[in-house]
Write a protein that binds this ligand. Structure first.
Ligand code: FAD
Length: 506
């Protein structure tokens, strides 16, 4: 890979996922009954499975794609308790005790993960995290975050000094935070799960679940598996029974890795301004890289995703002249309507199927805390900070205003998508390479040309009927309603959908 900061970044593969091909894990005994079946092999799923396997349970992990293929393998991987302005946003909706529980939960997740990595020889860099401001508005946010974090017991400090190559008006800092390569940790966890007797199968997508006499039967293409306890660690929960999709906003954002000639800042930075920028360094076997992230938006609601990547590249070229792109990627995470994460039963009172979601781009600590919380709950115990994950309590209702706003946007996107699709007749012309279009009237089609092949699939999301939009950075079809995404040929990539798009010949 290579390219200059002013050119188009090649490919969309993260720094972490760019590694030699390995053979797929494939040793789950489908048809058997397991004590715990974990769906999803991101950080949530693998820590959950590891904890269950260590306590002597029979464990199966079922992964639709590959370990880390979705959000964990495409994160910026800061393991930090200073999380931009997250604590202020929790404080704006919840009492102080909730902020403290959130911090305590993340502290437990952070120390578990860092200790685990150190015990397995997974490299972790300890650095200071900063939330910085370049505008007056940002500075107000920085001061608020400083006050909230201080009250929550974090040893934060204020500074106006910075190693960044542009003016910073002020920053809140927290020393001794961490960063790593998340794939190294996931692969160590996968090895440990197998060593403790657990089983993992990749390339197996769970399509549905039903209660049976023996437990919960999950269906995968060509087979099924029964679990006494099921953990849906799928990012957004895949089974619609809990209506989680209506309480979560899927937020996609971008990251680019660069080779640069000068020194790379040591701190882990996140801007408090509306121009979001995440900055860190990353050691690689080819030398250090500068990582720049940002430009988040709701999935499927941008006119050009590629423009978001290009903007990050241009911004970096301005501040780090001569920076050369090595990797670019994007990913999505889910923000809950009341800004706290969820971990608990899929539906109230049914502890057999549990979910963990809503980390709002802070899952390196929150996902581990969610796994620790679910593990304790499976033994009928509670962590001292467990209430920050509590489901179905009145705090969910406190997010009602944002739910109405969010679901209003969903309805609007549903309507505009259909009106636009119905007004466009089908065309027999082949879309240009790397482009896609929706048309065809009452049965809308999504047609695109990628790598010389023209694909023609249904333009209707099988989850809840949204009209898909072409993502020009990743050459995918993205749903603006709840964040389901599909490859050019209609295969499911991520989100709440479990079925792909039907092709014209299907
Ligand atoms: C751009 C970006 C940057 C981020 N940076 C940071 C950061 O610096 N620090 C931080 O703390 N957090 C960060 N985050 C957030 C963090 O990466 C996530 O919160 C975390 O990785 C979520 O982990 P997960 O295991 O829940 O989900 P995932 O890693 O997405 O794992 C879910 C898995 O479930 C599988 N799956 C889905 N459906 C099915 C099915 N039907 N059957 C079988 N398997 C299925 C998927 O294929 C996937 O592998 C960032 C997020 C983004 C988007």
């Amino acid at each position: 890979m290579g390219g200059t900061a002013n050119g188009h970044p090649p490919g969309m593969t993260s720094l972490w996922l760019d590694r030699p091909v390995r053979s797929a894990y494939d040793d789950v005994a489908f048809g058997n009954v397991y004590d715990v079946v974990v769906v999803g092999a991101g950080l949530t799923g693998l820590v959950t499975a590891h904890l269950a396997a260590q306590s002597g349970k029979s464990v199966a992990v079922i992964e639709a794609r590959e370990i880390g293929a979705v959000t964990t393998g495409n994160t910026t991987a800061k393991i930090s308790l200073l999380q931009g302005t997250k604590l202020s946003s929790i404080a704006s909706k919840h009492p102080r005790s909730a902020v403290r529980s959130y911090v305590d939960a993340n502290r437990a997740g952070q120390s578990w993960l860092v200790d685990y990595c150190r015990s397995k020889g997974v490299a972790v860099q300890t650095e200071t995290a900063y939330t910085y401001a370049t505008t007056d508005t940002g500075l107000t946010s920085v001061r608020r975050e400083l006050a909230v974090a201080d009250t929550a017991g974090l040893p934060v400090f204020h500074t106006t000094e910075s190693e960044l190559p542009f003016d910073v008006m002020g920053a809140v800092g927290l020393a001794e935070q961490a960063q790593f390569d998340p794939l190294d940790a996931l692969l160590a966890l996968a090895d440990d799960i197998r060593t403790s007797g657990g089983h993992i199968s990749e390339h197996a997508r769970v399509m549905s679940a039903r209660h049976t006499r023996d437990g919960i039967r999950l269906t995968v293409p060509g087979g099924s598996i029964v679990g006494t306890r099921i953990v849906l660690a799928t990012g957004t929960p895949i089974l619609d029974r809990g209506l989680f999709f209506s309480r979560l906003e899927p937020l996609r954002s971008y990251a680019v890795a660069f080779e640069i000639d000068g020194p790379i800042p040591r701190g882990m930075y996140l801007s408090a301004d509306s121009l979001s920028r995440s900055i860190r360094y990353a050691p690689t076997s080819d030398g250090e890289r500068l990582l720049i992230g940002g430009n988040g938006h709701t999935v499927g609601r941008e006119s050009s995703e590629q423009a978001q990547v290009d903007d990050l590249v241009d911004w970096t070229g301005t501040h780090f002249p001569g920076a050369r792109v090595t990797h670019s990627w994007s990913a999505q995470d889910y923000e809950s309507i009341d800004v706290l994460p969820y971990a608990g039963p899929l539906v109230p009172g049914d502890g057999f199927i549990t979910v963990a979601t809503g980390y709002d781009k802070w899952g390196m600590t929150a996902a581990v805390a969610a796994a620790l919380h679910l593990d304790a709950a499976s033994r009928g115990e509670k962590m001292p900070w467990s209430n920050c994950f509590a489901l179905w309590n009145p705090r969910v209702l406190r997010g009602a205003t944002s739910a109405i706003r969010m679901n209003g946007a969903v309805v609007k996107n549903m309507a505009t998508g259909w009106v636009s699709a119905l007004s466009k007749l089908g065309s027999t012309r082949r879309p240009a390479e790397g482009t896609g279009r929706v048309g065809g009237g009452i049965l809308p089609r999504a047609t695109c040309t990628v790598d010389g092949v023209t694909h023609d699939v249904s333009a209707v999301c099988p989850h809840l009927g949204g009209i898909l939009r072409f993502n020009d950075a990743e050459k995918s079809w993205d749903c603006p309603l709840h964040g389901s995404r599909f490859a050019a040929d209609g295969t499911v990539l991520e989100g709440p959908a479990t079925h792909g798009l039907s092709s014209r010949d299907a």
